[in-house]
Design a protein around this ligand. Structure first.
Ligand code: GTP
Ligand code: MG
Length: 193
């Protein structure tokens, strides 16, 4: 998809604040700092629309981005951020779970995993959660530019093995630094629109 129009519509914490439109929604999930906001910016060719930061934990709300009046990207706060309290973590869990399990407009979740490392326990739990609720998943392995091309296959296999990856799901090797995987990611997303 070639994107000409993209804007943030709301930062929501409660269902009452979600946009009241039937447009399909694609949510971005992944640990803090994995590159969720950068992914959105790359797909829409806009450097700074989704806030990115080298400080993890920047995104604290469900941020709805309206793309071409055709869909919403929903930037979900990252998990696994060590410096949040138990109470905050529980609040986060509630907010995410409510959104993922109850939002009819949600068509698929993009589960972002840092390609350099094995998936974390949280990554595995998120994938299991999505499979359990039959929510379509697109796994995006981020920061591919940080490992040499010759090692991509090895890392991809390791991630799939740890996740018990379902071959019916899409897997995209991605870099917001080089733009690689952008077309493949859009193709995967467009199946659900
Ligand atoms: N080299 C490289 N750096 C990346 C890539 N994607 C993201 N980054 C960097 O990683 C850091 C975190 O990126 P964000 O997009 O803010 O990550 P996030 O998942 O939105 O983080 P939270 O909002 O804290 O959950 C930033 O410094 C980005 O520039 C990538 O593909 N390659
Ligand atoms: Mg972010």
């Amino acid at each position: 998809m070639k994107v000409h129009n993209a804007e943030i519509v709301i930062s929501a914490v409660q269902p009452e604040q979600y946009p009241k439109t039937p447009l399909p929604e694609i949510a971005l999930a992944g640990r803090s700092n994995v590159g969720k906001s950068s992914f959105i910016n790359t797909l829409i060719d806009r450097k700074g629309l989704a806030r990115t930061s080298s400080k993890p934990g920047k995104t604290q709300t469900l941020n709805f981005y309206l793309i071409e009046n055709a869909l919403h990207f929903v930037d979900v706060p990252g998990y696994g951020y060590a410096k949040v309290s138990k109470t905050e973590r529980a609040k986060w869990g509630q907010m995410i779970e409510t959104y993922l399990t109850q939002r009819e407009q949600l068509k698929a979740v993009i589960s972002l995993i840092d390609m350099r490392h094995d998936p974390s326990v949280d990554d595995i739990q998120m994938y299991e959660f999505l499979k359990y609720y039959n929510i379509p998943v697109i796994v995006v392995a981020t920061k591919a530019d940080k490992i040499s091309r010759g090692k991509w296959n090895k890392h991809e296999s390791a991630i799939k093995k740890k996740l018990e990856f379902d071959p019916a799901d899409d897997f995209v090797v991605f870099s917001s630094e080089t733009g690689m995987g952008k077309e493949a990611a859009w193709a995967a997303i467009e199946q659900y629109l």
